[in-house]
Write a protein that binds this ligand. Sequence first.
Ligand SMILES: Cc1cc2nc3c(=O)[nH]c(=O)nc-3n(C[C@H](O)[C@H](O)[C@H](O)COP(=O)(O)OP(=O)(O)OC[C@H]3O[C@@H](n4cnc5c(N)ncnc54)[C@H](O)[C@@H]3O)c2cc1C
Length: 280
Amino acid sequence: MIDCRRPETVDELLEIIDTGKYRIFAGGTDLMVRKRQWQGAERRFEEDIVFIEQIDELKGITEDKEHYHIKTCTTHRNMEKSLVLPECIKLPYRLMGNPAIRNVATVGGNIVNAAQVADSLPLLYALDGKILLKSKNRSRILTVEDFIKGKYKTDIRENEFLHEVIIPKIDITGFRYKKVGSRKASILSKFSVVFLYGMKNDKLDYIRVSIGAVNELPVRNREAEERFVENRDVKEFLTAIRKEMEGTDDKRSTKLYREEVSLRIVEEYLSEILRGDSYE
Ligand SMILES: Cc1cc2nc3c(=O)[nH]c(=O)nc-3n(C[C@H](O)[C@H](O)[C@H](O)COP(=O)(O)OP(=O)(O)OC[C@H]3O[C@@H](n4cnc5c(N)ncnc54)[C@H](O)[C@@H]3O)c2cc1C
């Protein structure tokens, strides 16, 4: 028999996960697929369950001078409709799943599930996003990049849960986002590209490029980004990114397709900047 717990507060939740091995259940949109093993999904789980979606303290988006704070049970729908967040953060959430999924799927669930195709990961890599993890006796803050260890692998500990996502505010002059799948809704990304840039005194100040769902982890190369700002060499930038691509063919598409097309999209965005096209 599986034990199911339904705490009303964060303190109750921390007590529960401190005393036993519980599977945290937020929106359940990843877990339900795994539980039933539909479509041959492999990663069955059998642990006792603690539901967290009813905990009001774990919902909401706020901002201070330097950061956006997004509580873990904030849904994709809350993200896309937020009055606090800039469009570049809202857009990827608006394109995930379908309206029914977005109403229940949570921000934290997408991160902790750590799927290769998780669409929030390339965005959070590009924004240098961090997460606050809490257990009964301590809290720790990690970058999303340090937290994700591989496909379905994270650094989360047994008595810990993801409390909130923290996104540093930066001056963004323009952004582009492209998610490519076989159709528009309810589809796993073949790949996605997050592109941000900032200008200062009419000069390019930074670019950030993150490509999701090609490798097990999003591809981002900070050194190549800095070099591009110095030398504006599109070819050199693309070569540096290509070197990091190490995906494999799978049911979504071939490795070659994902790599070639994602790089062409990056090339187009970089060329637009060099031509001085402005966009937001
Ligand atoms: C039809 C369909 C379409 C989808 N489309 C997309 C898509 O386009 N893009 C995309 O990226 N994903 C998509 N998904 C996957 C899924 O909806 C997302 O990954 C979603 O964000 C998961 O959130 P959840 O709250 O449902 O997670 P859950 O299923 O509740 O949990 C997922 C994992 O995270 C853990 N977890 C959840 N919250 C916490 C926490 N606070 N602390 C610690 N561990 C936690 C759970 O234990 C579990 O291991 C789709 C799923 C379906 C069924």
